[in-house]
Design a binder for this molecule. Structure first.
Ligand code: PLP
Length: 363
């Protein structure tokens, strides 16, 4: 029995190491995980209360169309309900988009390195993957545009880019979209947009008013702190959203995810405080890197990628032994590690651990 050829060589996704595993394997009592861009402040208490209330309905299927949550989000962003679809995380939306739009042989363009799920899912559909190297850690929209052919179906723009944390600006995106043929879908993945105050950052929802070939992806996993509940969404023009809906599993998001997301949307002060704390955390980390003489990419989300000037996997292992989990092993970045911005205590720990690892390397 053979699986389909397009998946034979696919790796199984390797998540950031769980805290519990590291504690057990290394006999550590305290471990912090700054590897998966989770919110160090957790979720809004209102979201947690909503989950508790929903427990009574555990045996009842969720509303597959997430009608209430869709209506709330439509109101919030001034779009029509038909423009919104929810997924089990935006990961699932990426899967559904490729399933609905990519046929074998279609071309799809993305940066290298960027969020791995675009490539992973496009490979499963037997699409032709065109990867365009980042330029100084940033999407090279000019080169990406020049890869467009009459076979191009989807272009992925991760903004800010994971893992580098850089953005394409509103002006750059506008230039790009004005040149991309209207028949090519541009997926703007804005998983971290709520963290950003910089006025040059484009608002994907404004962008898609002008460019109906754009789909914007967002998630409740990052600033909203609901990663375990698996709920994310796409906003786009109704015909595109309908096509994605045709391949959606009937009950793809849970009652808990929907209820928590609905409550989380109503607690804007929690989001504002997380955004401010994150900006402060970024400043702290940058100041420490300056002091240590380390260069990092301009970071806009809740993570920062820094050049540790040593093999990143070694630094990863040594940080792990000090009870700090980060991310390393990004293609094209053998000396960079990606650190999620933690709370002040966690940031202090990762800085101290990194400093001592780099110090030990010198002697
Ligand atoms: C975390 C992340 C996602 C997916 O998050 P979900 O938990 O599946 O909603 C999507 N895109 C990027 C760039 C991410 O970093």
């Amino acid at each position: 029995m053979q699986p389909k050829p397009s998946i034979v060589h696919l790796p199984v996704y390797q998540p950031g190491k769980p805290v519990e595993d590291v504690k057990r394997e290394l006999g550590l009592s305290e471990v912090i995980k700054l590897a998966s861009n989770e919110n160090p402040y957790g979720a809004s208490p209102k979201a947690k209360e909503a989950i508790a209330r929903e427990i009574e309905n555990t045996s009842i299927y969720p509303d597959g169309a997430a009608v209430q949550l869709t209506a709330a989000l439509a109101r919030r962003y001034g779009v029509k309900p038909e423009q919104i679809i929810f997924g089990a995380g935006s990961d699932e939306i990426i899967l559904m988009i490729t399933r609905a739009f990519l046929s074998p042989g279609d071309e799809t363009i993305m940066a290298e390195s960027t969020f791995p799920q675009y490539k992973h899912n496009a490979q499963i559909e037997n699409a032709v993957i065109i990867e365009v190297p980042l330029k100084e850690g940033t999407h090279d929209l000019f080169s990406m545009l020049h890869k467009v052919t009459d076979k191009t179906k989807i272009i992925w723009v991760c903004n800010p880019n994971n893992p580098t944390g850089t953005i394409v600006t509103a002006d750059e995106l506008e230039w790009f979209l004005s040149k991309v043929p209207a028949s090519v879908m541009v997926v703007l993945d804005e998983a971290y947009c709520e963290y950003i105050e910089d006025p040059s950052f484009p608002d994907g929802l404004e962008v898609l008013k002008k460019y109906p070939n754009v789909i914007t992806l967002r998630t409740f996993s990052k600033i909203y702190g609901l990663a375990s509940l698996r709920i994310g969404y796409a906003i786009g023009r109704p015909e595109l959203i309908r096509s994605i809906n045709q391949v959606r599993e009937p009950f793809n998001t849970s009652r808990f995810g929907q209820a928590a997301a609905l409550a989380a949307l109503e607690d804007q002060s929690f989001i504002d405080s997380c955004r401010r704390a994150n900006l402060e955390g970024l400043r702290t980390l940058r100041a420490a890197f300056d002091r240590l003489g380390l260069e990092s990419f301009p970071a806009y989300g809740n993570f920062i990628m820094v050049d540790v000037r040593r093999p990143a996997m070694e630094v990863f292992d040594e940080l792990l032994r000090k009870g700090v989990i980060v991310r390393a092993g990004h293609r094209g970045y053998p000396n960079h590690i990606r650190i999620t911005v933690g709370n002040p205590e966690q940031n202090g720990k990762v800085i101290a651990a990194l400093e001592s690892v780099l110090q030990e390397a010198k002697v």
